[in-house]
Ligand binder design. Sequence first.
Ligand SMILES: *[C@@H]1O[C@H](CO)[C@@H](O)[C@H](O)[C@H]1NC(C)=O
Ligand SMILES: *[C@@H]1O[C@H](CO)[C@@H](O)[C@H](O)[C@H]1NC(C)=O
Ligand SMILES: *[C@@H]1O[C@H](CO)[C@@H](O)[C@H](O)[C@H]1NC(C)=O
Ligand SMILES: *[C@@H]1O[C@H](CO)[C@@H](O)[C@H](O)[C@H]1NC(C)=O
Ligand SMILES: *[C@@H]1O[C@H](CO)[C@@H](O)[C@H](O)[C@H]1NC(C)=O
Ligand SMILES: *[C@@H]1O[C@H](CO)[C@@H](O)[C@H](O)[C@H]1NC(C)=O
Ligand SMILES: *[C@@H]1O[C@H](CO)[C@@H](O)[C@H](O)[C@H]1NC(C)=O
Ligand SMILES: *[C@@H]1O[C@H](CO)[C@@H](O)[C@H](O)[C@H]1NC(C)=O
Length: 438
Amino acid sequence: MMKEMRSDLKPLSLNKQNHIFVKFAISFLLVGLAFRLLFSDSFRFPAVVETPPLKEVKTEFPLESLPVQTPDYVDFPGNESQTSQKEKCDLFVGDWVPDPSGPVYNNVSCRVIEDHQNCMTNGRPDSDYLHWRWNPRDCELPKFNPDKFLDLMRNKSWAFIGDSISRNHVQSLLCILSQVEQAIEVYHDEEYKSKIWQFPSHNFTLSVVWTPFLIKAAISEDINGVSSSEIQLYLDQLDDKWTNQYKSFDYAVIAGGKWFLKTAIYHENNTVKGCHYCHGKNLTELGFDYAYRKTLQMIFNFITSSEQKATVFFRTTTPDHFENGEWFSGGYCNRTVPFKEGEVDMKDVDIIMRNIELEEFEKVASIGNESRVVTLKLLDTTRLSLLRPDGHPGPYRQFQPFAEDKNAKVQNDCLHWCLPGPIDSWSDLVMEMLVNGR
Ligand SMILES: *[C@@H]1O[C@H](CO)[C@@H](O)[C@H](O)[C@H]1NC(C)=O
Ligand SMILES: *[C@@H]1O[C@H](CO)[C@@H](O)[C@H](O)[C@H]1NC(C)=O
Ligand SMILES: *[C@@H]1O[C@H](CO)[C@@H](O)[C@H](O)[C@H]1NC(C)=O
Ligand SMILES: *[C@@H]1O[C@H](CO)[C@@H](O)[C@H](O)[C@H]1NC(C)=O
Ligand SMILES: *[C@@H]1O[C@H](CO)[C@@H](O)[C@H](O)[C@H]1NC(C)=O
Ligand SMILES: *[C@@H]1O[C@H](CO)[C@@H](O)[C@H](O)[C@H]1NC(C)=O
Ligand SMILES: *[C@@H]1O[C@H](CO)[C@@H](O)[C@H](O)[C@H]1NC(C)=O
Ligand SMILES: *[C@@H]1O[C@H](CO)[C@@H](O)[C@H](O)[C@H]1NC(C)=O
């Protein structure tokens, strides 16, 4: 069914000749993006973001006095012989298998779930989507161990850098860690998009830095994601919002993606070089792929040449699951079980983005410099996430959307993930990569 649905995109395979055509076709699909919602970090309306989620956190830590576990992670950050033993296993190839045990937190035990991702509270009627775990084909993936993680993170700092999906991920991690210690929010920016939390009994600092393009960008959007003018992107300057703080990070998860699909004017070397999807502007259409590739090259170059020897996970693009329409044209996602491998094709935008990500990552990874101590890892969650059409809020991004009217027309969210939900497994993968040096 999914395959059929996408047959309109199928002819646009990605060889050189029709690559340009694909860019334009995609632009048309995304026509609404310039002026509203979805990738604008959006799915967020004023009332919601402004609720500081950690308001009622009390400064008492009942778990503080738990015995510290004996460290069974002595091979951290990676013992060569162990690494080679495990090289065979690709953590990102596998299946979702039933997991009766279910999530380790819920809407009551975790207090930081943003309203738009709080599917349980919002009244999502089915719960099967909570009972799956990611099972890599050739190895075991242990469940995230919050005690072990927090012990590893003693005196350390960890940042999530990117857009609203990075925020989705940090909330998932906060919820998982709340089994051991509740975080205290110590900073938020004006819009509650960038935040810093402390885990006092572990002296661990966790932060999320909102920088949807990762490069310097002038974004003039109001709270509803309505733009008053085109986004100006500076393709030769990273966003100093994250680079200025980079020297304080021991670990980081960096991700880019969907924002690059928006209408934008591209600047380079102090001149306007072209644009993406800017009709009537008499500028060269360079394609979002041009900007995305330049951005990744700059990021990887920055990381590998930085004095700060952080461990960086670069996460690949995240797929959406709008069916029978896009987010702005009535698309929805009401599946209740995962896909099996081969049951679904990646959308063309995701193929293009992920290919750029893999190519640029491969370039840095293959440089091979023994004196380089920075660790850069690929967190390739695209395919495994693609198999989870059942994990999105859909209409349950709103509280009880059908309470008054069974046939109410509501905006669906088929991009962000319910909490708890499939995004929790991203942290299982991070933990495994961390502990076993994959
Ligand atoms: C790596 O692990 C092996 C056994 O698993 C051990 O013999 C060796 O000493 C370790 N090397 C380092 C550098 O820790
Ligand atoms: C949590 O979700 C359940 C439904 O799964 C709901 O009945 C309950 O009211 C929610 N609790 C809170 C605190 O929102
Ligand atoms: C954390 O920092 C404190 C104070 O500097 C130090 O006493 C302690 O040994 C450190 N712990 C770890 C695991 O590095
Ligand atoms: C907390 O960790 C920082 C390093 O990130 C260290 O400088 C500081 O001394 C630690 N504080 C305590 C109380 O352990
Ligand atoms: C940037 O522009 C200056 C002139 O303004 C020019 O001399 C220089 O070669 C340009 N650099 C690049 C990389 O295009
Ligand atoms: C578009 O730009 C080109 C070169 O910058 C210029 O020659 C041309 O006259 C412009 N066309 C319009 C319609 O402004
Ligand atoms: C999803 O919604 C469509 C259209 O409303 C409906 O035909 C289909 O049966 C629904 N599927 C599920 C699993 O609810
Ligand atoms: C390896 O990295 C070091 C430190 O970043 C640098 O000085 C050196 O030039 C690099 N060597 C190669 C072959 O790239």
